[in-house]
Design a protein around this ligand. Structure first.
Ligand SMILES: [Zn+2]
Length: 417
């Protein structure tokens, strides 16, 4: 028997709380998509959901008919891009060590909103890895962070634009090396740019930016070592290569509605689509950043395309995960509202934020549903997200947040954070 390998992200998990806690009187959304169960009881033993009967001395928490569901999973974030600090002329320059504190604060605010796992799909420098290591050594409790290190891309304008966020590589051998470098750095998965980005004016997101041989080498190397591949895909040519060469998640994929056959192939391979509607809306509506006119026009067009793709993907049965790709991270669940507005049912939106998110990360044996044997990463919500998905972005409605069976945040936690 070989022991399972533990992803670096899981090494930073807090130690599960020992003992038994029984949650009673819950309206349970278990994350699989099954209907809500009223008057449900969930037992947590040593941090995991247990199917056994509770001992007499168990701690009992009456949830008062509140909504109990798995912790939220955001599979597309850039944590290190989030702190918004404006240093104006005359102010003390930001000291190099401060960035990690600012990113840690972003992570803690996200946890407070019930986001218990995030997948960081690209950061400048190593701040995200530093923040994760700080959690490992007990500095604070935040969401579980899966990191990719640098994004692997061909030599490209994007590589110039996002200088220390990309690792440019050309040719199959260098792709393999670039992937290995990320694992050396402590990555949990590897991300590749299949096409240019809609956030870089000098880039044409249409054609594939890498060759079939290049992506094949990277996927082979990463899969051979037991990790997963996320692929940034805009234009269809790069998206086709990504799906055919077996990447695990398609990030963005706005134009896939033009190729239902490819959506079918993605579904058949167990791949996951991450539509990232929020970022598109941000650019189209000029939120957060002052985008160039050209990129705003592209953003408006992409919002429409991404909506069509979401509906086509639902039709074909492609697994869809929640990826916010915007800021602030604590509002990641607002992506669910956009998904619902674009035609997804609220029930499916909650599945996207829980079990399909776990599937995208390859962690569906551990998190994403409230089932026996899963880690007790749970949230208790005041209100019904199936009626009004907006309650998930209202801090007053996040009653309790559990990480591995421990209450770590929420309005009912004392002292509240
Ligand atoms: Zn992104």
């Amino acid at each position: 028997m070989t022991l399972p390998y533990v992803l670096p992200a899981l090494l930073a998990d807090p130690k599960p709380t020992e003992g038994v806690t029984v949650l009673v009187n819950a309206r349970l959304f278990c994350g699989t998509g099954a209907p809500v169960k009223d008057d449900a009881t969930v037992m947590i033993r040593d941090g995991y959901i247990s199917g056994e009967s509770a001992p007499r001395d168990a701690r009992v928490i009456d949830l008062g008919r509140r909504f109990l569901m798995p912790g939220l999973i955001d599979v597309h974030t850039h944590l290190a891009e989030q702190p918004e600090i404006e240093i104006v002329e005359g102010m003390e320059p930001l000291r190099p060590g401060v960035k990690g504190h600012l990113v840690a604060a972003v992570a803690q605010r996200a946890l407070r909103m019930g986001i218990t796992t995030v997948r960081d799909v690209g950061a400048r420098g190593d701040t995200v890895l530093e923040v994760r290591q700080a959690m490992r050594y007990g500095a604070f409790i935040g969401p579980r962070i899966l990191a990719c290190g640098r994004i692997v891309s061909a030599t490209s304008p994007g590589g110039h634009h996002f200088e220390d966020m990309y690792r440019e590589a050309d040719g199959p051998d260098e792709m393999r090396k670039a992937a290995r470098e990320q694992l050396r750095r402590g990555a949990d998965f590897v991300k590749i740019m299949m096409t240019g980005a809609r956030s870089v004016e000098l880039e044409n997101p249409g054609p594939a930016q890498v060759t079939r041989e290049e992506v094949a080498a990277l996927v082979d190397e990463v899969h051979r070592q037991g990790y997963r591949v996320a692929a940034h895909c805009e234009g269809l040519e790069g998206t086709v290569l990504a799906i055919e060469e077996g990447v695990d998640t398609i990030e963005h994929g706005f134009y896939l509605h033009e190729r239902p056959d490819l959506l079918e192939e993605l579904a058949a391979r167990g791949g996951v689509l991450v539509p990232t509607l929020s970022f598109l809306a941000d650019v189209a509506e000029q939120r957060h950043d002052n985008w160039s006119k050209h990129l705003v026009e592209r953003g408006v067009y992409n919002v429409e395309q991404a909506g069509k793709t979401l509906r086509a993907a639902i039709e074909v049965g492609v697994p869809i995960a929640m990826g916010f790709d915007s800021k602030p991270e604590e509002e990641a669940a607002s992506e669910l509202k956009l998904m619902v507005d674009a035609g997804m049912s609220p029930n499916d939106a909650l599945v996207a934020a829980t079990s399909t998110g776990a599937m995208a990360l390859g962690l569906n044996n551990l998190i994403g549903t409230v089932e026996t044997g899963k880690l007790a990463d749970l949230i208790v919500v005041d209100g019904d997200p199936l009626e009004d998905i907006g309650v998930l972005v209202d801090p007053d409605r996040i009653h309790l947040v559990f990480r591995g069976g421990t209450i770590v945040a929420g309005t009912a936690k004392t002292p509240n954070i």
